[in-house]
Ligand binder design. Structure first.
Ligand SMILES: [Ca+2]
Ligand SMILES: [Ca+2]
Length: 237
């Protein structure tokens, strides 16, 4: 009978190994595209412009939106993303003084990766997906962190498959009529020379490597179970 209990214990260990959550990883990515579109204009923003979100940076009520794109090809398809933080360094923000308001920036997912380019403009910008991924009140300088998992609406599986994550940042009240803005350092402006460029941190788990589970789980359990029954009968005899 001892053998039988040992085998039950062994089966439990194997089951635990097969159902373990896999291996945790964390990666930091810098954008492959970070750019602006400017309200009503049919030309793109200068390549090295910083990331402006708001109204009235050059003209009252003229809107600025930001687009970002990240290459996700280094993360295996089928991974489970457990943490996703977009960090942008704010060096300037302001809102209408009479209302004591700060800018609130909405982060949206963009399905059309091909639509996000350095040469796009207000009229050619792609549509965004709803609802927004996250929303952040900007009331401080320094890194501001958006949580891409906040709303639960990010279909990251499709972005892992197509290898690109595209995002838009937009003021929450773009139809306002006043000066209101948040400005962040771009990757283009400070390529690899400072520590305050935009980055995306992704935490993810992958399936356990093949060496740990060479035989499918059901076959393991069936085989171990048969051995257990045979040995148990022998021990009774
Ligand atoms: Ca995509
Ligand atoms: Ca992929």
């Amino acid at each position: 009978m001892k053998k039988f209990f040992r085998l039950i214990l062994g089966m439990g260990l194997i089951l635990g190994m097969l159902t373990s959550p896999g291996y945790g990883n964390s990666i930091q990515l810098t954008p492959v595209i970070d750019t602006n579109v400017i309200g009503g204009q049919n030309q793109g923003a200068p390549a090295n412009q910083d990331l402006w979100v708001g109204l009235g940076l050059s003209d009252v009520s003229q809107a600025y939106r930001v687009y970002l794109q990240f290459d996700l090809s280094s993360i295996p398809d089928g991974s489970i993303i457990t943490g996703a933080t977009l960090s942008l360094y704010c060096f300037d923000y302001s809102g209408p003084i009479e209302h004591r308001a700060y800018p609130t920036v909405q982060l949206y997912h963009v399905s059309s990766d091909a639509g996000v380019t350095n040469s796009m403009n207000w009229w050619t910008q792609p549509a965004t997906d709803v609802p927004s991924l996250d929303s952040l009140l900007i009331s401080a300088y320094g890194y501001q962190n958006f949580n891409l998992l906040a709303s639960g609406s990010w279909d990251y599986t499709s972005d892992l498959n197509d290898d690109l994550l595209s995002l838009q940042m937009i003021l929450d009240r773009e139809n306002y009529w006043d000066y209101i803005r948040a400005r962040f350092w771009s990757f283009d402006h400070t390529p690899g020379t400072t520590t305050d460029e935009p980055f995306l941190t992704l935490d993810y788990t992958t399936a356990p490597p093949p060496a740990h589970a060479p035989i499918p789980g059901a076959a393991w359990l069936l085989g171990t179970g048969l051995v257990a029954v045979v040995l148990w009968r022998r021990s009774k005899a």
